[in-house]
Design a protein around this ligand. Structure first.
Ligand SMILES: Cc1cc2nc3c(=O)[nH]c(=O)nc-3n(C[C@H](O)[C@H](O)[C@H](O)COP(=O)(O)OP(=O)(O)OC[C@H]3O[C@@H](n4cnc5c(N)ncnc54)[C@H](O)[C@@H]3O)c2cc1C
Length: 546
């Protein structure tokens, strides 16, 4: 029998992020995973969002991830073409790894973050997360182990796991269990949560290929994503290694419900724009159905679900895994607060109250976007490839439309920085409205519930690095007395630090002399003076009230 503070079922990107965040907060974690150690996943997510990179920065991982992915000078651009090797209609510039921190003027440069987005396939991402987690104190990774069931009572969760090498079963006992076990989650089903939404938004015939000659046949600059649009077959190609490996997504039409009925080779050649003698090798077939499904609950008692176990949707906006990583960062500090003894009994309720509405909203953004793209693929003009002035004019016009639509998903600032928690029991709202956001756009704000807007301190440090992993009180006027708050926090053993900040460094969104940022970098409270009843404030931050 194993005893642990938290049992995490599943060592995908979400389970590993949760494990690392908990471990850094002093919690003993056991992670059970059916795959072998370092066994790579299928080719899936290609985009690590800026917000995820901010989280990885706090976990000490961002630098490692930046060193991996596409070659340093391989463009992370998205290009819109008639075929992969055909004429380019437009292009969204996204800096390559080498230029990520120096490039200016692009639609995702100049964002208020210490960690802009990164492009790396899950194939390369997961082993880095795994190695980092494996080297951490407080984490026990049980590979080739399947959790087959559990029961909970008032004090703990008792899970049954099977060692897949020997077939033997054993018990894992913990105060909390988190299912990060993917879209088919056993944990979700066991807690009685139901996926609700749209079961089919888009069918995609996906093929992972090796095509060493493809790069040299492209007429324009290479790109990370190449969206191929022509009247015969439209699809998207993502560069996996920047040399010879690619994933080709063939978006099926509504009436094409049988993956096997579509000639895969024909579709790939049509999307690429290559002749019958072009050589490529199929490395794997990865057909998938884009859905929009969100669980109707994220928790039952001592058991939680996170990531794909709680929500799946079409990967537009590149925000499937990234939404799961945000879940993990949210749940980690709440669980750690409770286990470390300063979080009150109500603190864990915040997880569902904060994350479920956001998840629901993002799922709709992604699906609406998918519908736009489905329509665009249907209306590709018949003469888009015509070698004439009229053809060129058409490509310029269509290309511009594609740019405007797709810049929202490939440079999705709103999904990264715009979302806020407006129904949290842990946040002290002050009646000010949260600024609306879209997939692409956001307005930095310090309304409680928003992400604490990032800026660089006058000594060159990132605000987030200076705030650290706990509650941080940002004080923009050193004459405002905050001792009473520090004393009340100390009395309740709630970790809190004060950070004195030169107001000249802060962006205009900062309008108050004090601002309290939570361990997950969302704003809990702001004001010019401490409120009269400081104990009530601290108790709300800790989730003391039932
Ligand atoms: C084609 C495609 C493209 C995508 N592109 C993007 C993108 O660009 N951006 C993005 O953000 N997302 C993208 N996604 C989504 C992304 O891949 C998932 O959201 C992400 O993998 C979810 O991570 P997870 O850790 O929640 O689940 P998973 O990655 O599914 O991991 C779950 C883990 O749990 C393990 N497990 C399951 N059951 C048990 C059990 N009973 N016991 C022990 N272990 C168990 C599994 O082996 C697995 O390792 C894409 C998905 C697809 C299909």
């Amino acid at each position: 029998m194993i005893e642990t503070d938290v049992l995490i079922v599943g060592a995908g990107p979400v389970g590993l992020t949760l494990a690392m965040d908990l471990a850094l907060r002093g919690i003993a974690v056991t992670v059970a995973e059916t795959r072998a150690a370092r066994e790579v996943p299928t080719v899936r997510c290609n985009h690590v969002a800026a917000r995820s990179m901010e989280i990885f920065r706090r976990l000490g991982l961002a630098h490692k991830l930046r060193q991996a992915g596409l070659p340093p000078d391989y463009p992370h651009d998205a290009s819109f073409r008639t075929t992969v090797i055909g004429t380019e209609m437009s292009r969204i510039p996204i800096p390559c790894r080498r230029d990520r921190f120096t490039a200016t003027g692009g639609p995702d440069t100049g964002w208020p973050t210490p960690e802009p987005p990164h492009r790396i396939n899950q194939l390369y991402l997961e082993p880095i997360l795994f190695d980092h987690a494996a080297a951490m104190d407080n984490i026990r990774l049980l590979n080739r182990t399947q959790v087959i069931g559990f029961a909970q009572d008032d004090t703990c969760v008792q899970a049954t796991a099977r060692d897949l090498a020997t077939g033997q079963t054993f018990k894992i006992v913990s105060p909390y269990l988190v299912g990060c076990d993917g879209g088919r989650s056993m944990v979700r089903k066991a807690i009685g949560a139901k996926f609700v939404g749209d079961a089919v938004v888009q069918r995609v015939q996906s093929t992972y290929i090796r095509a060493p000659q493809l790069l040299e046949q492209m007429t324009g600059e290479p790109a990370w994503a190449i969206v191929s649009l022509n009247p015969r077959r439209s699809g998207t190609l993502y560069a996996i290694d920047g040399r010879e490996r690619w994933i080709v997504h063939n978006y099926l039409q509504e009436h094409e419900t049988d993956f096997a009925a579509i000639d895969r080779d024909w579709a790939i050649r049509t999307i690429l724009g290559v002749a019958d003698d072009f050589a490529y090798e199929v490395l794997n077939v990865e057909d998938w159905i884009g859905r929009r499904l969100v669980a109707d609950r994220f928790r039952n008692g001592r058991v939680f679900i996170c990531g794909d176990a709680a929500h799946i949707w079409v990967p537009y906006g590149g925000y499937g895994m990234n939404a799961g990583i945000a879940d993990a960062a949210n749940l980690a500090w709440l669980l750690a607060a409770r286990l470390n003894g300063w979080g009150g009994p109500a603190i864990l309720a915040a997880y569902e109250q904060e994350r479920l509405p956001i998840t629901e909203q993002v799922s709709h953004f992604a699906m609406n976007y998918a519908h736009h793209m489905i329509k665009n693929r249907r209306i590709v003009p018949a003469n888009i490839e015509e070698d004439s002035q009229a053809g060129a004019a058409l490509r310029a016009e269509f290309g511009q439309e594609l740019y405007e639509l797709n810049v929202q998903q490939y440079c999705c600032g709103g999904l990264n920085f715009g979302y806020y928690y407006d129904q949290s029991p842990l946040i002290l709202y002050d009646g000010q409205p949260h600024p609306a956001y879209t997939m692409a756009d956001f307005t930095p704000a310090t309304v409680p519930g928003c992400r604490t807007p990032h800026f660089w301190l006058t000594d060159g440090r990132s605000l987030y690095d200076a705030m650290g992993p706990d509650y941080a009180l940002l004080r923009f006027d050193p004459t405002v007395a905050v001792d009473k708050l520090l004393a009340a926090a100390e009395q309740r053993r709630m970790p809190l630090k004060v950070l004195d900040i030169n107001p000249a460094a802060a962006p205009p969104a900062y309008t108050t002399k004090l601002l309290l940022s939570r361990p997950d970098q969302h704003i809990a409270w702001r004001g010019n003076d401490l409120p009269p009843n400081i104990k009530t404030l601290v108790d709300q931050l800790r989730g003391e009230a039932e």
